[in-house]
Design a binder for this molecule. Structure first.
Ligand SMILES: [Zn+2]
Length: 105
């Protein structure tokens, strides 16, 4: 087994570093496009070390330092509409509506 020089063993690259490598960042209000792999529905996919998750959810996570809360999903604002956009300011949370029961206000 050849070990490649210059590559530390058992690397645990911070998730943010791995993530932003796949993103072409633009200006604050521009779309930051995902260059990594995408899923069938056109959204970016990212391996978080445990599972493949929607890349824009990771963008949200890194911005807000928490996961997308249970019962919510992450959408792009209308003026964006880019499925592969990773600019956190273009992302917002939407409550997943339950098909049964009422929505609390
Ligand atoms: Zn965008």
């Amino acid at each position: 087994m050849a070990r490649r020089p210059g590559r530390p063993r058992g690397t645990t690259v911070p998730i943010a570093d791995r993530f932003w490598r796949f993103v072409t960042k633009g200006r604050v209000n521009e779309c930051w496009l995902w260059e990594g792999s995408t899923s069938g529905d056109g959204h970016g996919r990212f391996w978080n070390g445990k599972q493949t998750v929607p890349a824009h959810h990771v963008a949200w996570l890194l911005k807000h330092k928490q996961k997308v809360p249970k019962g919510y999903y992450c959408r792009h604002v209308a003026r964006c509409g880019e499925k592969t956009c990773m600019n956190p300011v273009h992302l917002y949370l939407v409550k997943i509506r339950s098909t049964k029961g009422k929505v609390k206000k």
